[in-house]
Design a protein around this ligand. Sequence first.
Ligand SMILES: CC(C)(COP(=O)(O)OP(=O)(O)OC[C@H]1O[C@@H](n2cnc3c(N)ncnc32)[C@H](O)[C@@H]1OP(=O)(O)O)[C@@H](O)C(=O)NCCC(=O)NCCS
Length: 157
Amino acid sequence: MPDTFEIRPARESDRMPLALLFAGVAEELDWIATEPPVDVGRRAAAWTIEAIVVAVADEEIAGFLHLERSRHGYGEVALAVAPEYRGYGIGTALLEVAIDTARAEGLHKLSLSVFAHNEGAIGLYRKLGFVEEGRRVKHYRRADGGLWDSVDMGLLL
Ligand SMILES: CC(C)(COP(=O)(O)OP(=O)(O)OC[C@H]1O[C@@H](n2cnc3c(N)ncnc32)[C@H](O)[C@@H]1OP(=O)(O)O)[C@@H](O)C(=O)NCCC(=O)NCCS
């Protein structure tokens, strides 16, 4: 359990730790659309660093949130916390920062998409006021042939 954690904007030096965290979550197979293998070098180079906030615990990147500002007034959110740091409030803290930032920047809405079986993430989003707006049925074809539903959720700011 981390004694404490800090939320801060991502830096250039976070690129590779972020890519490794992302690749690890992809290897869990259950939570994010990307499946292994992740090309971590390419992933590290591809991040839009200005769009990311990170959670740092024990001097390592424990989680991150990506907030993509659209041209249409809403922001798209994606986040992940490393398995060993889940359940300690990091996801909540990342999302609260994103909500505050989005409000301060004048966005009118945050939206996201989540696999329908991801009860933990959906519980977190509901706790912070997101509501379900629709379900995409058998939307994602997985490497094992499975066809997974996703749920779109939104928070009006
Ligand atoms: C979803 C995720 C980001 C949450 O991060 P976290 O740091 O573990 O979350 P927190 O500890 O802040 O909060 C957990 C909250 O989620 C909810 N939650 C967790 N497990 C739950 C469950 N089984 N059922 C319902 N709600 C649940 C609760 O609201 C809980 O808040 P509470 O402790 O105040 O009751 C993290 O589990 C994760 O990275 N999962 C893998 C990647 C992923 O699913 N990303 C999102 C893709 S859309």
